[in-house]
Design a protein around this ligand. Structure first.
Ligand SMILES: NC(=O)c1ccc[n+]([C@@H]2O[C@H](COP(=O)([O-])OP(=O)(O)OC[C@H]3O[C@@H](n4cnc5c(N)ncnc54)[C@H](O)[C@@H]3O)[C@@H](O)[C@H]2O)c1
Length: 701
């Protein structure tokens, strides 16, 4: 097998070594063993004047084979860093011929070559940080020597891929060639061999490090600059430490430091969680009864009904993907307002330099407006985003059904209403589905695609494909109150409100949740989103709410004061003029204390640990119920929803993966105790009990 994974051919005295491990030439055990064997034969072969290293198929190499992480390699498999050192140490010129991508270990492998040539369209990058690790095969040591410390830090800490032109301007690539890159590399290797000049080894370069030695403060400045984005993550900081080691230590010591950091990270829970996240986001596409080859409805034209907060953002998603989109509204005034908001959003992105004016104009040209339903007859997919009102949605769907072409998919962005009931008013319930976007819809990655009873495989496949096409992660869920994400959110929010009545403050709870890693706590988030929408929903549910279940009135009482959050300058917190910083408000604390009294509750010291357990275990418990009810396909889908829709920290892998790390049995035991103490809302889900009894994890399901 190892001979197949790496092959060698000879051209005019140059050994062309080809990685051959489809689909991405991952640098797994077989490739490394194969490469070692080939190097053994060519290194001392006097007929071999130089070496070209290339990849077969679509790319040079996608990097390490992460499925092999944590596995013991077969005896004699060389570690990648050793192979790269060996390659670099050769006196014969070694030229990398790169095409497609060279990522992670693949990129590091090219850094061990003496010259790097790339075909047009090549991209290179060190994305290890996104998996909770760092480039552990010399990348943090060679890259700063090649391109300087600042550029290396940017590249390694962001994990971003660089296009060939940028990589060549920085000095990662020596040349970008038109045409056959292997032929160019062979010619270059021959020329170098003929010239007889010593080879250029990245490890021996020092000029660019010297600059950083003169300015050692740059590392702390970089740490400060990244602090907000990297909060809670270990890997970005470890990357900076390693690049700093490249500056302060001799190469061999820096390499040893990098290796030790890598091994520590790779064994950490954070890295396990981030690798889980990586696989989970690929897994969502697999739907047992909608196989990969299910036909989809081509989407060449889209329409959005309602251009409010969500509709405008949704239209931007289509335009961003190059799909013409019509926006329908009830009045010219509403249309003008919606389009003005879209323009304002684009302009803000342009002013930040993240979009060019031409791109903005191009996207705007794809968004057209109409007040006339008949204009939507040719849309392939229509997404409804009108007010959250069943009668209105039914009316809209009835109209859409009568004017849209028969094969068009009709989707609703409802966040709480029954998709089946909406579908029932159409003659094509098989083509009706929910597409639950998250606010702001042009930014948030998640789409909960809500499968109705009648949604056909073709409709599901179309919407799952469309999610991807417009740059989102679509997760298929079933119909229930709040679908997956919000239903779990309610369970956690409910406990947060109860804890207020029992003795906690909003700021205490928010701090615990923020420190756990969510972008903000539940009350700060509520103030940002606005309290009135939820209040209206609760008022609607009041008549049917079971009387025996505990209900917290705190949120309602705050709304009764006309405090709807940031938009009214006050909510759970107070706000100063044009400042979004929440300031604890003694009035709210007094209100909470008086509600505790009314409820006959003696306020007590609530510990941070209790807050975390009551909120997060309740969240996990609701997730377990959702799984049992078949509303999510797998535990990892729930993780994807929470990481991409609610900011659950990726370094914890989502709530269900985190639960596995904590231990399902631990959570079950605590939930059982909490249930005894606080009643029905905290009853452990049967699935939680079963897994705890069987010593299993959600990941085993
Ligand atoms: N705001 C959120 O965070 C959020 C998140 C997910 C889902 N949703 C859901 O998205 C939908 C829209 O919410 P929103 O926040 O954008 O509301 P919004 O009030 O900002 O916008 C609704 C828009 O629909 C228009 N409209 C009303 N009746 C219409 C009709 N008959 N035909 C065409 N347009 C009509 C209104 O003029 C308004 O512009 C709701 O179902 C809501 O539950 C909202």
């Amino acid at each position: 097998m190892s001979e197949d994974a790496v092959s060698v051919s000879h051209q005019n005295g140059i050994a062309v070594i080809t990685l051959n491990n489809p689909p991405v030439n991952g640098l797994g055990f077989a490739v490394r063993t194969g490469l070692k064997q080939v190097l053994d034969t060519v290194a001392d072969d006097a007929d071999v004047l130089g070496i070209v290293l290339t990849g077969n198929g679509k790319m040079f190499s996608g990097g390490a084979d992460i499925r092999e992480f944590g596995k013991t390699p077969p005896k004699g498999t060389p570690p990648l860093p050793d192979l790269i050192d060996r390659l670099e140490a050769l006196d014969k010129p070694v030229v990398a011929a790169i095409h497609g991508v060279a990522l992670g270990g693949g990129c590091e492998l090219t850094l061990g070559c003496h010259v790097r040539l790339a075909a047009q369209g090549t991209r290179v990058g060190l994305p290890e940080v996104t998996l909770g690790i760092l480039p552990g095969a010399g990348g943090t040591q060679r890259m700063p020597r090649l391109i300087g410390v600042s550029a290396a830090l940017d590249m390694i800490v962001s994990g971003k891929m660089l296009p060939a032109a940028k990589a060549s301007a920085l000095g990662i690539l020596d040349r970008v060639v038109d045409g056959d890159v292997v032929a160019a590399a062979v010619a270059q290797a021959l020329e170098l061999a003929d010239g007889g000049a010593p080879v250029r080894r990245a490890s021996a370069l020092d000029e660019r490090l010297a600059k950083a030695r003169d300015n050692p403060a740059l590392f702390d400045e970089f740490r400060q600059k990244m602090a907000r984005r990297a909060r809670g993550f270990d890997a970005p900081y470890a990357c900076v430490d390693c690049v700093e080691a490249a500056v302060t230590k001799p190469f061999a010591e820096g390499l040893a430091y990098e290796r030790a950091s890598f091994l520590k990270l790779v064994a950490s829970d954070q890295s396990k969680a981030q690798r889980h996240a990586f696989f989970a986001e690929r897994e969502v596409a697999k739907i047992p009864d909608v196989p990969k080859n299910t036909p989809t409805q081509p989407v060449d034209a889209a329409a959005v009904i309602g251009c409010g907060t969500m509709g405008g953002g949704i239209a931007m998603n289509f335009a961003g993907a190059g799909i013409p989109v019509q926006v329908f509204e009830v009045s010219q005034e509403a249309l003008d307002k919606g389009i003005a908001t879209i323009k304002k959003n684009y302009a803000a992105t342009v002013s930040k330099g993240r979009l060019s004016q031409e791109e903005m104009d191009q996207r705007l040209s794809l968004i057209s407006t109409t007040l006339n339903y008949a204009d939507l007859a040719q849309a392939d997919v229509v997404i409804e985003a009108v007010f959250e009102n069943m009668a209105l949605k039914k009316e809209v769907f009835g109209t859409l059904d009568s004017i849209c072409k028969p094969e068009a998919v009709l989707a609703t962005n409802t966040s709480t209403l029954d998709v089946n009931e909406i579908a029932s008013v159409t003659s094509r319930p098989d083509k009706v589905i929910g597409t639950h976007f998250f606010s702001p819809a042009n930014v948030m990655k998640l789409m909960e695609n809500v499968r109705g009873e009648a949604s056909s495989p073709k409709t599901i496949a179309t919407i799952m494909w469309l999610s991807k096409r417009i740059g989102k992660i679509g997760v298929l869920v079933g119909v229930c109150d709040g679908f997956v994400g919000n239903r779990m959110l309610y369970a956690y929010r409910r406990q947060a409100d109860f804890l207020l009545e029992e003795g906690a403050t909003p700021q205490q709870i928010d701090k615990v949740i923020f420190d756990f890693g969510l972008p903000m706590g539940p009350f700060t988030m509520a103030d940002l989103a606005g309290l009135d929408v939820g209040w209206r929903i609760r008022q609607g549910q009041a008549a049917t709410r079971p009387k025996h279940l505990r209900y917290s009135t705190v949120a309602d009482r705050i709304c009764e004061l006309g405090r709807f959050g940031q938009k009214t300058g006050a909510g759970w917190y107070r706000y100063e003029e044009s400042n979004r910083t929440p300031i604890p408000d003694p009035k709210i604390e007094q209100l909470i204390v008086s509600i505790s009294e009314e409820q006959g509750l003696t306020r007590r010291q609530v510990t941070d640990q209790e807050i975390l357990e009551r909120c997060m275990y309740a969240l996990v418990n609701e997730g377990a119920k959702i799984l049992e009810e078949g509303l999510a396909l797998r535990a990892s889908d729930i993780d994807v929803i929470w990481m991409n829709g609610y900011g659950f920290p990726r370094y914890r892998g989502g709530p269900m993966f985190w639960a596995d790390l904590v231990g399902v049995k631990t959570i079950y035991d605590v939930m059982s105790r909490l249930h005894d103490e606080h009643g029905e809302w905290l009853e452990p889900a049967p699935l939680l009990k079963r897994l705890a009894d069987e010593g299993k994890k959600f990941g085993d399901l």
